[in-house]
Design a protein around this ligand. Sequence first.
Ligand SMILES: Cc1cc2nc3c(=O)[nH]c(=O)nc-3n(C[C@H](O)[C@H](O)[C@H](O)COP(=O)(O)O)c2cc1C
Length: 586
Amino acid sequence: MDELITHYPPDHRRAAVLWLLHLLQAHCGCLGREQVEWTAAKLGLPAINVWELVRFYPMFSEAPRGRFHIKVCRTLSCAQCGCGGLFQALEQKLGVPLEAVTADGLFTLSAVECLAACGTGPVMQINDLLFERMTPERAVALVDQIRATGAIPPAALAPLRPAHPLERRLLLANMSQPGYTGSLADYCAAGGYEPLKKALALKPEVITAEVADSELRGRGGAGFPCGMKWRFLDRKSDKPVYLICNGDESEPGTFKDRQLLYRDPHQLIEGVLITCHAIGAQVAYIYLRGEFPDGAVRLEREIAAARAQHLVGRNILGTGFDCEIYIHRGAGAYICGEETGLIESLEGKRAYPRIKPPFPAVYGLFGCPTVVNNIETLCNIPLIVRQGAHWFHQLGVLRSTGTRLISLSGAVKRPGVYEIENGKVTLWQLIHDIGGGTLHDRPVKGIIPGGSSMPILPAAHLDVPIDFESIRLAGSAAGSGAVIVLEEGDDIVQYALNVAQFYAHESCGQCTPCREGTLWMEKLLHRIHAGGGRAEDVALLQDVADNIDGQTICALGEAAAWPIKAFLKHYRGDFEKVCRANGDVP
Ligand SMILES: Cc1cc2nc3c(=O)[nH]c(=O)nc-3n(C[C@H](O)[C@H](O)[C@H](O)COP(=O)(O)O)c2cc1C
């Protein structure tokens, strides 16, 4: 704990609080009064500032849980491939309801939101380990095995799918090589850290110009031009500049950053180092979602390996450039992905998004100029430095340069992470060629093209190329690059309910329209789905969504409203049919 506290400036020790709570919870089994008061005293905080975190972050618990905490993902893609069966089998096997502890004190079963492994669903996590492609039988067998041995059997990340001819693997190139482990030696053998050497010989503004000329757009969701963001930094300030890497990856359907982090961590470390040099930062924080504990351990080990080779720390490669990289662990909560919510969370508070402006480039972490970039965005930086802006710009299409990692899940035969050149592959090709077609060979019913917060597109848009502008013109957004497929026969009302449940659970509660509206939408959809829909419910649902959209501090409001509005726009009949079936005809 004392070591972790030194990762933050002395007047911002509070920022270490999530780390301390994680360690205490692991040690004591829960976070009760004793742990909270102890943490508060350690960091010089009023206890209320620790209590509010214990109650805000879903990974923390005041009540003791079983020694083995089984967390089954209930969100969209896992629901599509049968997480319901897992809940049923596990509840029956354990003989206790959700959140309860079994009589032997061994198990607690929880339903959790997206675990960022949507292509290998249904998934569940037991303590720190992820188990993919689960079946009810495997889940029950795991419980038996843990009971018999007192230990969780090892679990390795499911292998990446082999490259498809329609792919263009650059970010995935190393990890697609047989035997590649992502170690420092492997990365260097593949030419890694040569771009860093090149960058350190260049002036920061030259690197920023290259990145701006490449027209790389952010891969976290909003697609903001990366070089432009770096240029917005407040240069007149005498405060330190920070880089934050957004590794929260919590948009349902998105599971590509996990691959970059777990399989090729030095690509990210190098991207972080070059970016810090370009923006004049000496400290970078990599904010990793709390559900990636083993990813954090791996990354920590690789940062240490890089430090041993003078690639991180003081006087990097003898050039006089100093740069520290620290990992900051979240504790659940989708809102931590929103960049100002993330900054608040990093500062040791509830992740309440800030009103913008001021933008982080002016007033960010600890009140200092800050750049926030997504993991995939930063992994592109070494490529741009190595091959030049012109080369990068030639990849893809106008206003969508480079490649894009696509997280493909839902009703397809070959879900997974694929890398395509922007604008060179259509949704049809992605689903039918790369993805092997729909799961039950039925026609596509709809495509969610950028993570669950983006409006669904009906099958008429299958010929749309996958790039920012084409998807925008089709009426949606490329968002985080997560494509979720629905096929004919899928129950749209049920999917709408699943999505609404996610946003109702994840609304941080700061803005009234989002806090109240998301719950209202969830309740309405529950009623409609359960067969109790009233004739006016469809219009009411539309009205609630309209009253959230554009009325909140951050974009979680839109993230919650847009999918529901799009479901209603394209499949209104599906909703009305259920309400009519109830006999209450308009
Ligand atoms: C509700 C919400 C959740 C978000 N979640 C993530 C996330 O998990 N990962 C991410 O990189 N960006 C996420 N974003 C986008 C970030 O706010 C921010 O735009 C991004 O990290 C900037 O990096 P980029 O420019 O490299 O994309 C989210 C935005 C919103 C509104």
